[in-house]
Structure formats: C-alpha cells, structure tokens
Design a protein around this ligand. Structure first.
Ligand SMILES: Cc1cc2nc3c(=O)[nH]c(=O)nc-3n(C[C@H](O)[C@H](O)[C@H](O)COP(=O)(O)OP(=O)(O)OC[C@H]3O[C@@H](n4cnc5c(N)ncnc54)[C@H](O)[C@@H]3O)c2cc1C
Length: 428
C-alpha cells in the first residue's frame, strides 16, 4: 500500500461526541490490502480499529490508549456487481448506505435498512452495528438483507461467509456473527445484499396526542389494526419543542405517532387506528424533518446523551414515562423518540458541554436508564451497539453463562484480542 494512504496522528470522532487520536490511519484500496494490513498487525501485536463512516453513537471507532492502526474502509467503495432483475448486489464495505439506496431506487427496487445518517454511514459500518431505522418495523434490520459477508479475520485471512445465494444452511451462521460484531471479530470488506421491488406508495399518517398514555394507546391500536405499517414511530413532546414539525399548524403536541402505509387500504386502516385528527403528510418533507430531530435536540443545550434501549412492547409506555422521571431526578432535561413498533427508544438527556456537573448528571441518568432497560426485560441497545459507552452493560441483561459464551466466541476468532479491543465488553 502506498505511503500516501497512511496518515499519522489522526483524530477520530463519531456521533457520540467522543474522540481519540490514532497513531496511524491506513486507507487500503482493496480487500487484499486489508488482509496484508491485518496480517502485519497480528504478527506484530498491534491493535486493529476498523473505521466506517463515523456516524455511530457508541464510540465504536474512537481510539483508546492502546497503540493501534486504524483502518478506514472509505476507498473500498466499489459496487462489484448489481443484478436488478435478480434483486441483488455485491458491494464493498466503504460504499455509503445512500449509494446503495439510490441505486436500488433508480432500478425500481428498495433497500429497506434506513439508518438516519445514510449519506455518511457505510455498508460495512451498517453491518458491523446491525443497523435498523424507521422501516425496520416492517422490513427488519440489515441482517435480513445480507446474504453473504466477505471479511478479513485473524491472523490475516480473507474469508467469505455466504454469497449471492438466498438460502444457506450448511455451516454455522458466521455471516450473522460478523453482523453486529462492531469490528471485534474482523474487518468486513464486502457484502452481498438483497432487495425487493419498491412499494408503489409511501403514505405517512401522523397522529397527535395530549400525552404519553393517549399516544401509546394509539400505537397499540395501530399494532392491532390488521395491517403491518412500514413504520411505527413516536416522538415525545419535548423533542418536538426543540425540533418543531414544519408541516403542523398551531401548538406542538405532547406526543406524535408516525405510521407509514403502503397502499390505500392500509392508509384507511391506519387513519382509523390513529383516531380523529390523524392526517396524511407529504413523505419527503416529513422524513427530512424526522432525520433532523436528533440534531435539533442536541442544539437545545449544546450536547446530549442519546441512548437506544429496547423494551418489550407492553413496557413501552413505562419506558417513555420513566425516561422523563430519570431526567427530572437528575435535574437534566430529558425526552425520547424512536421506533415505537420495535419498542426501541432514543431516550435522551440534554446538557451543556461546558458544565462538568451537568455532564456527570447526564451520565448518571444514562446509567439509570440502562438499569431500567434490564428491569423491564429489555436491552441496553436496540441498534447502536455497546461500543465503548455501554461497556459492562451486558452482564445483568445476560446471565454469567451467556456472557461467557459471548467471550468464548470473541477469543476463538481473535485469540490475541487485537480487533477493536476495549469495545463491546460485556463485563464492567
Ligand atoms: C443522525 C443519525 C441518525 C441515526 N439513525 C440511526 C438509525 O435510525 N438506526 C441505526 O441503527 N443507527 C442509526 N444511527 C447510527 C449510525 O448511523 C449507524 O450505527 C451506522 O450503521 C454506523 O455506520 P458507520 O459506517 O458510520 O460506522 P462507524 O461509526 O464508522 O463504526 C461503527 C462500528 O462499526 C465498526 N466498523 C465500521 N466499519 C466496519 C467494517 N467495515 N468492518 C468491521 N467493523 C466496522 C467500527 O469499528 C465501530 O465499532 C444514526 C446516526 C446518526 C448520526
């Protein structure tokens, strides 16, 4: 690999706001160059830090204290093959999510995973975090749309699990193991993706409510209305105040539900479920605004801790209400929004980054939130992963024996512990 693709002392930051300096950042241009880098690092006991689009919320790409080589996938961005008539693509890990979505759309297809920073996030990063998004409610998270993974694993082997085939029951699901591994089991260099024909219509229906209880009742009515909406999202009123919806006249509601129908019959069912006052809105304007909510909420105090707990659907109301209570107890403004149909909340604590006391209180609130997720039978992460921010939070959610199995898999695939060390640690 040419020296022009190696850089020293590079600061790396992701959407969590954390940052650190990597002694060396490499930008390999092929899977073979990734293999050579990993082989060299493994032989020389140097830690390896895979870097995607840096939009993660868990600090997964942030260099820690160990000397490491950061490996950016940005130059591996080729679409190796695309067969629209067979609904499939082989694409390198550094291609952006938006590139894949755009190619699908231009060919009458849909690539359903839609994490919110699609112009910047990469397919490799999406796989490494098993990303979701609003449409995961109907279509599932990205693992459902990946039939094969190409990766470099220890001590420097280029391997393929699966490929352009729709079914494969031959071996253990190592493809699935790499998905969601947050760079701790290897570096993903390419993936085989599958698509579906694009739905003929996207009709977002919006319902506004006077409070959490009323809003969650509407969510339950939507779940029981006999159709599967493409999205079932909610926003609690405090985030609406900081990021007011441009398509609503009058006062900001205390709670909002967004349910996307894909046919006229579905629209009627959803309108009835969301109750009087529910209305259809223009999809582009609505989703553009929805994509900016996180930024609007961050701007309110200058910084925020935004988590992604997931709870069983019958505990959704409690999780939303108790997020507000936790914030109040710590004297921190709180709110939440998220993927209601998946029980996945972006519980958020806003703070002034120049006020250390406020920052500590926001962190304490987040720790209490993780305990709440476990208490409600949920997960500390529905879509962002553990990264560095949630290290130690899996124990308690999983039993000791389950955590041992998690660690045994890591050790089997990375015996020297060199892939993204210090991240995705289940134990404190
Ligand atoms: C505004 C906004 C909205 C978002 N909305 C959503 C959402 O709706 N749903 C959702 O799931 N997420 C969402 N996210 C989080 C984030 O976009 C996703 O987690 C995304 O999948 C991360 O991709 P990335 O390429 O930026 O990965 P990075 O942040 O670069 O990396 C994330 C982790 O993956 C590892 N990694 C990256 N590339 C590779 C690779 N090729 N091989 C192995 N490991 C790798 C890194 O080491 C790190 O641990 C959002 C983020 C933002 C900023």
């Amino acid at each position: 690999m040419g020296g022009e693709h190696l850089e020293r002392e590079v600061r790396i930051e992701d959407a969590s706001g954390l940052s650190g300096v990597a002694p060396v950042l490499a930008r390999p241009g092929s899977a073979e160059q990734v293999r050579e880098l990993v082989a060299w690092a493994y032989a020389n006991d140097v830690a390896i830090l895979p870097v995607g689009g840096m939009t993660g919320f868990a600090g997964g790409v942030v260099p820690l204290d160990d000397p490491c080589i950061a490996v950016s996938l940005e130059r591996l961005s080729r679409v190796r093959s695309f067969d629209p008539l067979l609904w499939r693509m082989e694409v390198e890990a550094g291609a952006t999510t938006a590139t894949v979505q755009r190619l699908a759309r231009e060919n009458g297809l849909m690539f359903p995973p839609d994490p919110g920073a699609a112009e910047q996030s990469q397919i490799g990063g999406n796989l490494a975090t098993n990303a979701g998004g609003p449409h995961a409610f109907k279509y599932g998270v990205i693992s459902r749309w990946v039939t094969g993974v190409e990766a470099v694993i220890a001590p420097g082997e280029l391997v393929r699990f699966g490929g352009p085939l729709r079914k494969d029951a031959a071996g253990y699901d190592l493809r699935g193991l790499l998905i969601g591994s947050e760079g701790t089991l290897g570096i993903i260099t390419a993936a085989w993706l599958r698509f579906i024909p694009a739905p003929a219509m996207a009709i977002p229906v919006v319902g506004c409510y006077g409070g959490v209880a009323e809003g969650v009742e509407a969510i339950e009515a939507a779940l029981a209305c006999g159709v599967v909406p493409a999205t079932l999202e909610y926003l609690q009123g405090d985030c609406l105040r900081h990021s007011p919806p441009p398509f609503l006249d009058g006062a900001v509601p205390a709670f909002m539900v967004i349910c996307e129908a894909e046919s006229e019959a579905e629209r009627e069912a959803v309108l009835e479920a969301l109750g009087p006052g529910a209305a259809v809105h223009e999809p582009q304007e609505l989703w553009r605004w929805r994509g900016g909510v996180s930024i609007g909420v961050r701007a309110a105090r200058g910084e925020k801790l935004s988590e992604d707990i997931a709870v069983p659907l019958d505990r959704l109301r409690e999780a939303i209400e108790r997020t507000l209570e936790i914030g109040a107890r710590h004297g921190i403004e709180a709110t939440s929004w998220g993927h209601a149909g998946d029980g996945n909340l972006h519980s958020t604590f806003m703070y002034d980054p120049d006020d250390r006391d406020q920052a500590h209180r926001a962190q304490a609130a987040a720790r209490e939130l993780f305990a709440l997720a476990r208490e409600l039978g949920g997960s500390v992460s529905g879509e962002h992963g553990l990264g560095v921010l949630k290290n130690g939070q899996l124990l308690g959610q999983w039993s000791q024996a389950a955590v041992d199995a998690h660690e045994a898999i890591r050790l089997a695939l990375d015996p020297k512990g060199l892939f993204n060390p210090g991240k995705k640690r289940p134990r404190p």
